[in-house]
Design a protein around this ligand. Structure first.
Ligand code: CA
Length: 222
């Protein structure tokens, strides 16, 4: 199981984040101080680290993590959007950052990307199938020049379909990848999401030509 070390002193941010990580199937270790986090580094697969902590600056937490020789990915949460702060953050050992206020979907996508990168899985920055382009890191998807307004699940579903373009992806594999441990991930849920995704892609749900049901699964035909 993926363990997220969440270091954030503002409960208005940390509580919903912890719940979202839980829904992703992650184990969450939440800390409101840098000191508490530094005592709980063992076993963390990713550190989501606020810069402004009440005891030690988040930058110092990152430096101390790296000083211990740990390569655990660090995603910084920063209220400071000035470039210099971000450069300092990356210098201190952060791998990526998200500026507050952030979109939850984007933060989750970045966490996923860092976890995949750290586990040695090939990283997808951008996926393309025909006119469809999925910018995985930025969590945005386009048909031609037009950006699609997708929910998190629709985005993940599209990402999986575009990655496997031309191949039949089984319902089980799609559910596993897009819904993970989430019990709402059922065949019926998938069918509904396929319908919504077809509409957003401009495909005909009655007679689809793009997102096809095929042999117990789905295939993106472009
Ligand atoms: Ca803070």
């Amino acid at each position: 199981m993926t363990t997220v070390l969440l270091v954030e002193d503002d409960p208005a941010i940390s509580e919903p984040l912890a719940r979202a990580f839980g829904r992703e199937g992650y184990e969450v270790h939440a800390h409101g101080t840098g000191k508490g986090a530094l005592e709980d580094l063992e076993g963390a697969d990713i550190i989501v680290l606020d810069l402004g902590l009440p005891d030690i600056d988040g930058l110092d937490v990152a430096r101390q993590v790296r000083a211990q020789g740990l390569t655990t990915p660090i995603l910084m949460l920063t209220a400071r959007s000035e470039d210099t702060d971000l450069v300092v953050g990356l210098d201190a050992g952060a791998d990526d950052y998200v500026t507050k206020p952030f979109r939850l979907a984007e933060l989750l996508a970045r966490v996923r990307a860092q976890v995949r990168r750290a586990s040695g899985e090939a990283i997808e920055d951008e996926l393309v199938a025909g006119d469809i382009r999925v910018d995985v890191a930025a969590h945005r998807a386009f048909v031609g020049e037009e950006e699609l307004q997708l929910t998190t699940r629709e985005f993940e579903l599209l990402r999986v379909l575009v990655r496997g373009v031309g191949q039949v992806l089984s319902t089980d594999d799609i559910l596993k990848e897009v819904w993970g441990e989430d019990p709402t991930g059922t065949e019926r849920t998938l069918t509904m999401h396929i319908t919504w995704l077809r509409r957003k892609l401009g495909d005909d749900d009655e007679n689809p030509t793009l997102l096809l049901a095929d042999g117990g699964g789905y295939r993106l035909a472009v």
